[in-house]
Write a protein that binds this ligand. Structure first.
Ligand SMILES: Cc1cc2nc3c(=O)[nH]c(=O)nc-3n(C[C@H](O)[C@H](O)[C@H](O)COP(=O)(O)OP(=O)(O)OC[C@H]3O[C@@H](n4cnc5c(N)ncnc54)[C@H](O)[C@@H]3O)c2cc1C
Length: 323
């Protein structure tokens, strides 16, 4: 039996969703292949963080030290480098996030294990470990196999897997001793600034009302925002809407925007370019409204209306206000 390690990412005392997504994938692989799932948690205060991970891994290995409170790539690489050398897991999953841009290559150099980045799936095929990545801006999926190495590092694009529920595992909590850091801290945590502008986080919304160039004019954004609010959701958009400065960048869905996973995605006046569709692969029900019945978005939609987006917005608003 081998181990699949998930490096737990957290921010401001909360476990980040990508960690839960990776644990859900690790559990699936663990169940199918008889491997143990291990979460590696580096932090200063572990109480709330351990609680969020319990039941999702067979073991949580906790390294607690003041220097690990905030992400410090040097300290984290020291601790994880020692941990991986001791455990030699089959697979190490890290989020493809700002953390791992720095940490994953450093770990690959320290451990000598091969690294595949920005993966949207991992497959265990007999002794072979394979990964799936999007290429050509999401137009195609490429499956690659690692050369045989024994241990493999993989960074996972957020939104690639559902969070899932706890797998009901009996979790053992191991308090590990923190190794001596190889150097004094070179960086100091200055503070956390939310890139979503403190307001909308489209990656967390259950309902997204998304507008494209077909919305026609900046003044038509407001009705879409109102409908999104009435539905208890958020407003998102395609890239031209950002390029025209009708909405800030943090609303943008797609390869150069965000990957989203709402239960309902309502696309208004969006043609369905592959760069946009790559951002909604995790969406539940996709509803498209487009004047052009041949628009590619209809191929990705569960429901479609060949209609004017503004008419649909007006009708929806009137209907929702009746309630
Ligand atoms: C490197 C790269 C990265 C990119 N990244 C992204 C990305 O992250 N996200 C993204 O969205 N795009 C991205 N793009 C751009 C992408 O290729 C498309 O150009 C873009 O998605 C098109 O946006 P759209 O559907 O809003 O506009 P269009 O393609 O112009 O489509 C507008 C649609 O609205 C319909 N329409 C017009 N009027 C109405 C109306 N009144 N009612 C209903 N429908 C109407 C039209 O029939 C049309 O289908 C990227 C491109 C490149 C090259």
């Amino acid at each position: 039996m081998a181990e699949i390690v998930v490096v737990a990412e957290h921010r401001e005392g909360q476990v980040r969703e990508v960690t839960l997504q990776m644990l859900s994938k690790a559990s699936e692989l663990g169940r199918a292949h008889g491997h143990q799932v291990v979460a590696a948690l580096l932090c200063a205060g572990s109480d709330g963080l351990v609680g969020a991970l319990e039941g999702r891994a067979d073991e949580i290995v906790v390294y607690e030290d003041d220097r690990l409170e905030h992400f410090d790539p040097d300290a984290y690489a020291d601790v994880l480098g020692a941990f991986l050398a001791e455990r030699s897991p089959l697979l190490v999953l890290l989020g493809h996030t700002a953390w791992s841009m720095d940490l994953a290559p450093a770990l690959a150099v320290r451990t000598g294990h091969p690294l595949a980045t920005d993966c949207v799936d991992v497959l265990l095929d007999g002794p072979a470990v394979k990964v799936v990545r999007q290429v050509y801006s999401g137009k195609m999926f490429a499956r690659s196999a690692f050369r045989s190495a024994g241990s493999y590092l993989v960074t996972i694009r957020p939104g690639s897997f559902p969070v899932g529920t706890t797998s009901g595992r009996q979790t053992t909590i191991t308090r590990a001793s923190v190794p001596v850091f190889s150097a004094a801290a070179q960086r100091r945590f200055a503070g956390f600034r939310d890139s979503s502008g403190g307001g909308v986080d489209i990656t967390q919304a259950d309902v997204l009302v998304s507008v494209g160039r077909g919305i026609g004019d900046e003044q038509n954004i407001e009705p879409a925002r109102e409908v999104a609010a009435l539905l208890g959701g958020a407003l998102s958009c395609s890239r031209p809407v950002v390029d025209k400065k009708w909405l800030p960048k943090y609303h943008q869905v797609g390869t150069s925007g965000k990957s989203v996973k709402p239960k309902v995605y309502l696309a208004l006046g969006i043609s369905g370019a592959f760069q946009h569709l790559a951002g909604i692969t995790g969406a539940g029900t996709v509803i498209a409204v487009n004047k052009d019945k041949k628009a590619p978005i209809f191929r990705a939609a569960d429901y479609g209306a060949v209609a004017d987006a503004l008419d649909v917005l007006d009708a929806l608003k009137a209907e929702l206000l009746k309630k």
